[in-house]
Design a protein around this ligand. Sequence first.
Ligand SMILES: C[S@@+](CC[C@H](N)C(=O)[O-])C[C@H]1O[C@@H](n2cnc3c(N)ncnc32)[C@H](O)[C@@H]1O
Length: 219
Amino acid sequence: MTNKSEQEKPVTTNPQGMLKTALGDFSYIYPILAAQILDDYGIRNGKCLDIGAGPGLLGIEIARQSELKVTSLDISSEMGEIARGLARERGVQERVKILNADVHAIPLEDNYFDLIVSRGSFIFWSDKVQAFREIYRVLKPGGVAYVGGGDGKKWPREIKDILKKLKYSIKIPLRNKFSRRWQEFNFSFDYWEEVMREAGIEEYRLMNRHLWIEISKSK
Ligand SMILES: C[S@@+](CC[C@H](N)C(=O)[O-])C[C@H]1O[C@@H](n2cnc3c(N)ncnc32)[C@H](O)[C@@H]1O
């Protein structure tokens, strides 16, 4: 299922630019978001997958705050190298593995991860149905996937204000054969319900305006 705006190919995130944002304005969101996810789902052991991990800071924080073994997956190998360096710098290199792969074809077996997280990446996925089929496939029965962007529910007002100023979660640059410009995305709840239906996912919850999707898989 394609959104009108997906007919054009999003420009891949610039690794150095994303690193600057992740260590700058966004630096304090990762520990807060990691704590929120670990508190909400109580999954602190086993395997975690961070999809479109970029510099890897969400997965790194999850590794720091739990016993989870994290796989940091990104389509960009340059992002992977940045994540590897940051995991080492933050002392969790033993529990953070780097995987250069595409969410549309995750090169891992079924029912593998206890926890799957992804922040700020789904807008770049060209086939949402296929991406979510893959997420569901590698999720273990009893596990949870938490996929989204923008603000998490526990972020303080000042962080929400920064995000609002950056217009981060709703506009990304798109390139088509005519131009490079900013394009607004409008992902409605109806849109996501259809994606979930087509992906064959029945147990899910859609949350807040910047969208977080919580997916569970029964045992
Ligand atoms: C805006 S960054 C977000 C990075 C990180 N999750 C964060 O919150 O700091 C989006 C990331 O998604 C990755 N990405 C885009 N398309 C992807 C795909 N098809 N499969 C895996 N990763 C992808 C990009 O390379 C980029 O690192």
